[in-house]
Ligand binder design. Structure first.
Ligand SMILES: *[C@@H]1O[C@H](CO)[C@@H](O)[C@H](O)[C@H]1NC(C)=O
Length: 413
């Protein structure tokens, strides 16, 4: 039996490298005959952080990278033509979308909605057996319990609104063999993007300063469910394999969810491909988070204890004083960035440059509550988590790999 051909769009700065690592392991049998990764970045020389391992994978005969402008439909279409001697692409993995949270609506519509829709339309035309869309946790769920795919949860901010709208646009492509994988806060080796990577770096600074790390958010449940990049990769693959023998209709009846309208009705006419507000749209969707039931407190405690310090909350008086200061964010960041710079400059061996920063942007500083229930994914697709716990061991692997490649300071205590 021949192995499938796989096309991966976007996500070079988030999760798509982990998928390639999973499909074509450095040591081990590949799961695919050929994989093409397409994104806007250059990889030689890299114009985004790609980690020490990915360049080795790019040397494998099964792996091909193409730098392309994904906002152009004709370019996307041309990426679906396989290399000579290879059969048509079987699966498409869509990691595209603007992941910088503070971008404008116009940018989100262009880079998130339109790009995914163009890829989806082309994938439907080419009759790919599975099209798996990665959805980041740009939602706000209730604090209590964990929330399944049927629950109506609120997209978070401009990014959340348009990432969610993208799901409706894709769902509206009837003959697209679409599966949506909705994940928690991602972390993993060679992943410098996201809240968890920022939290780790900042926790290291407090460990270095031998001071407790303090949160501006009062103690409480504050769920922030997590997921390891290896499970994002494994989960995307499991979704594709689940979909391929079924096709969209059967998949909808087994795992379809109504994707509710969460936008401004006045936008409908003005955005290409945006389905009417009252159109009932259904697509197979699965949540994927680990089993840690991570919260702000548990993530903070795991990270700080890893670096030999503790996680605490400001008391009421401290908090009131903090909130009265207008430049509090800048002050906090100066403190973190200064500490991190000191660590980098005193590291032995030296760190000439690092993709990691202790600067917390607005998104990282805001409170985000996401609690997803993963049982449907585990039951329906039979997927087994590889990294079910966010703990000392999983963090250790992440930090060790950064140390090995020279991105993480080695400081004598
Ligand atoms: C990508 O293509 C769009 C549409 O033609 C263009 O506006 C944009 O500048 C291009 N981006 C790059 C980086 O070339």
């Amino acid at each position: 039996m021949s192995l499938p051909n796989v096309l991966v769009f976007g996500g070079l700065n988030t999760c798509s490298r982990a998928l390639v690592t999973f499909l074509v392991p450095l040591d081990g049998e590949p799961l695919v005959s050929h994989v093409r990764v397409v994104d806007k970045f250059s990889v030689e020389p890299p114009t985004t952080y790609i980690g020490a391992e990915f360049p080795k994978l790019l040397k494998k005969p099964q792996v091909e990278y193409r730098q392309a402008n994904l906002t152009v439909a004709a370019t996307i279409a041309s990426m679906f033509d396989p290399p000579e001697g290879q059969s048509a692409y079987d699966y498409v993995f869509d990691f595209t979308g603007e992941v910088q949270f503070e971008r404008t609506e116009m940018i989100q519509i262009d880079r998130t909605c339109h790009v995914a829709r163009m890829i989806g339309l082309e994938a439907a035309k080419r009759k790919v057996k599975a099209y798996v869309r990665l959805q980041h946790p740009f939602y706000e769920t209730p604090t209590k319990g964990s929330h399944d795919e049927k629950e109506d949860i609120k997209p978070d901010g401009v990014a959340g609104t348009w990432w969610h709208e993208t799901l409706r646009m894709l769902a509206a492509i009837e003959d697209l063999n679409l599966v949506i994988l909705r994940i928690g806060f991602v972390y993993g080796p060679y992943t410098n993007w996201g809240k968890i990577a920022s939290a780790l770096t900042v926790a290291a600074v407090y460990g270095h300063m031998k001071k407790p790390m303090k949160s501006m958010w009062s103690p409480g449940k504050n769920p922030t469910h997590t997921i390891h990049t290896e499970d994002v990769a494994g989960g995307m693959w499991a979704c594709a394999q689940w979909m391929a023998p079924l096709g969209r209709k059967a998949a909808d009846s087994l795992a379809g969810e109504i994707i509710l309208f969460h936008n401004d009705k006045s936008k409908v006419g003005g955005v290409d491909g945006m389905p009417p507000a009252d159109k009932k749209l259904v697509a197979p969707m699965f949540n994927l988070v680990d089993n840690s039931d991570s919260t702000l407190l548990s993530v903070g405690q795991t990270a700080t204890s890893f670096f030999g310090t503790s996680f605490e909350f400001f008391n009421l008086v401290e908090n009131t004083v903090l909130k009265l200061k207008s430049d509090v964010v800048e002050e906090i960041n100066e403190h973190h960035v200064g500490g991190w710079t000191e660590m980098i400059t005193t590291s032995n061996p030296p760190i000439p440059n690092t993709p990691l920063s202790a600067y917390l942007d607005q998104y990282a500083l805001q409170k985000h509550i996401v609690a997803f229930n993963n049982s449907k994914m585990l039951e329906v697709t039979g997927y087994k988590l590889k990294k079910p716990q966010f703990d000392h061991e999983t963090l250790k692997e992440v930090v060790e790999k950064w140390k090995e490649e020279g991105s993480w300071p080695i400081v004598n205590a």
